[in-house]
Design a protein around this ligand. Structure first.
Ligand code: SF4
Length: 379
C-alpha cells in the first residue's frame, strides 16, 4: 500500500509496531480484543453469536465507561481493538471512542453491519478517527443466498456499497465469512469477488454452536479438514491473506504439510504467522486461541475468552479488564495446555493449536474438552 493511502493512525504505527509484536507474552496481554460496543443491529442473521436485538440495551457501557475501559486496555501495549456489535455504527459516540483508542495506542478496526448507516461520510470519519481497517461479513457469493442468511433482502448489495465507501475513504478492507455445512461448497466462488474488491484479509470463521448459530449445522470433522486444506492450498495464490478463525487446527495442518515438504517445524509463513499489513494490523507470531491472546468484552462489560465462549470471567464495572485477562482462573486455565482433556490433551500440537475452546464448550459444555471438529488422532 502506498504511504499516502495509509490512515494517520497507520502511518504513526510504522516503526513502532515491531517491538511490541516481538515482545508480546500472551500471559500478560492479548493480541486482539473484541469489544461489542452495542448489541443493537438492524439485521437478524441466522448465525449471530450475539443474538442481536433491534434496540440498544440501556445497560450498555456508557461513553465515560468506554473511555475508561480504553485507558485500561492501553496498559496491555498495542493490541488490536476490534469495535464490533451488533452494529457498532448504532452507537452515536463510536468515532469518539475510536479516536480515544487510537490516541491511546491501540490498533483499531471496525466491523459494521452493511446497512444504510455505512456512508461515505461515516467511512471518512472512521478513517479520521484512526480506524485502520473495516471488516464486512459476506457468507455467500450471490445476493440470493447471502440475503437469506442475513435475513434481509438487499444485504449483499449493501455490503458491496459499504466496501466501496470504505475503500474510497482509504480504509483497508477485510471480509469475514462464517462457514457451516450449507455454504462450504460456495467458498471457492467467493474468491474472485474478494480479489476484485482488493481485500487485504479473508477471515474464514468456522461456526461455533452458540447464540442463534446453535440452530445451524456445523461442518463435521472431515469437512473442517477439507475446507482448511483448501484454504491452505489457496494461501499465496491470491492477493489477500487468509485467516482461519475458531479453527486453530489450521496450524496443525500447516505444520504437517511443512514437515512433509521438509520446511522444518516453523509456523512462520505456513499459517499466516507474522503476516504484515500496510495498515499495521499484523498477524501474531504465535497461535491465538480463546483466552490466550484473545479476549472479548460484551456490551454490558462482561469479559469472556471470546465472543463464542460465553463463560463470564468478570465485569469491567467491577474489576479492570487487564486484571481479569491476566488473573481470572478461567483465563489462566485456558492458557495452560496441560489442562486440556481428551485427544487435545494428548496431542503433540496442543501448544500451537489446543483446539477451539469455544467449540469444545459449545458441543460438550466443558471448555477444556477436546475439539470435536478435528480429525487428527494423536499417537
Ligand atoms: S487433537 Fe486438538 S490439539 Fe491436536 S490438532 Fe486436533 S484440535 Fe489441535
Amino acid at each position: 500500500m502506498d504511504e499516502r493511502t495509509l490512515t494517520p493512525g497507520a502511518r504513526a504505527m510504522r516503526g513502532e509496531r515491531d517491538g511490541w509484536l516481538a515482545r508480546i507474552d500472551f500471559d500478560m496481554a492479548p493480541f486482539t480484543i473484541a469489544w461489542e460496543v452495542t448489541r443493537a443491529c438492524a439485521y437478524a442473521c441466522d448465525h449471530c453469536r450475539a443474538d442481536a436485538q433491534h434496540r440498544r440495551d440501556p445497560r450498555e457501557l456508557t461513553t465515560a465507561e468506554g473511555m475508561a475501559l480504553i485507558d485500561d486496555l492501553a496498559r496491555f501495549g498495542r493490541p488490536i481493538l476490534v469495535l464490533t456489535g451488533g452494529d457498532p455504527l448504532m452507537r452515536p459516540d463510536l468515532f469518539d471512542l475510536a479516536a480515544h483508542a487510537d490516541a491511546a495506542g491501540l490498533r483499531v478496526s471496525l466491523t459494521p453491519t452493511a446497512t444504510a448507516l455505512v456512508t461515505a461520510d461515516r467511512m471518512a470519519r472512521a478513517r479520521d478517527a484512526g480506524i485502520r481497517r473495516v471488516a464486512f461479513s459476506l457468507d455467500a457469493p450471490t445476493a440470493e443466498v447471502h440475503d437469506r442468511f442475513r435475513g434481509f433482502a438487499g444485504s449483499f448489495e449493501r455490503t458491496v456499497r459499504g466496501m466501496r465507501a470504505a475503500g474510497d475513504a482509504g480504509l483497508a478492507l477485510q471480509v469475514n465469512t462464517t462457514v457451516y455445512a450449507d455454504n462450504a461448497d460456495s467458498l471457492a466462488d467467493m474468491v474472485p469477488l474478494l480479489q476484485e474488491w482488493g481485500v487485504v484479509q479473508w477471515s474464514v470463521f468456522f461456526l461455533v454452536p452458540t447464540g442463534r448459530g446453535a440452530r445451524l449445522a456445523m461442518l463435521d470433522a472431515d469437512g473442517h479438514e477439507r475446507v482448511l486444506g483448501w484454504l491452505h492450498d489457496l494461501t499465496g495464490t491470491v492477493g489477500f491473506d487468509i485467516k482461519a478463525t475458531a479453527a486453530p487446527h489450521y496450524r496443525r495442518i500447516a505444520l504437517q504439510r511443512a514437515a512433509r515438504a521438509s520446511l522444518g517445524d516453523r509456523l512462520e509463513g505456513v499459517a499466516g504467522a507474522g503476516f504484515r499489513y500496510a495498515d499495521g494490523l499484523d498477524r501474531p507470531m504465535k497461535g491465538v486461541n480463546d483466552g490466550r491472546g484473545f479476549m472479548f468484552i460484551s456490551h454490558t462489560g462482561d469479559v469472556t475468552p471470546s465472543g463464542f465462549l460465553p463463560i463470564v470471567a468478570g465485569n469491567v464495572r467491577e474489576a479492570g479488564a487487564v486484571d481479569i485477562y491476566r488473573d481470572a482462573p478461567l483465563f489462566r486455565e485456558l492458557r495452560d495446555p496441560a489442562l486440556l482433556k481428551g485427544k487435545c490433551g494428548r496431542c503433540g500440537f496442543k501448544e500451537v493449536c489446543g483446539g477451539s475452546r469455544a467449540r469444545a464448550y459449545g458441543v460438550t459444555g466443558d471448555h477444556l474438552a477436546e475439539d470435536p471438529s478435528c480429525v487428527y488422532v494423536p499417537a
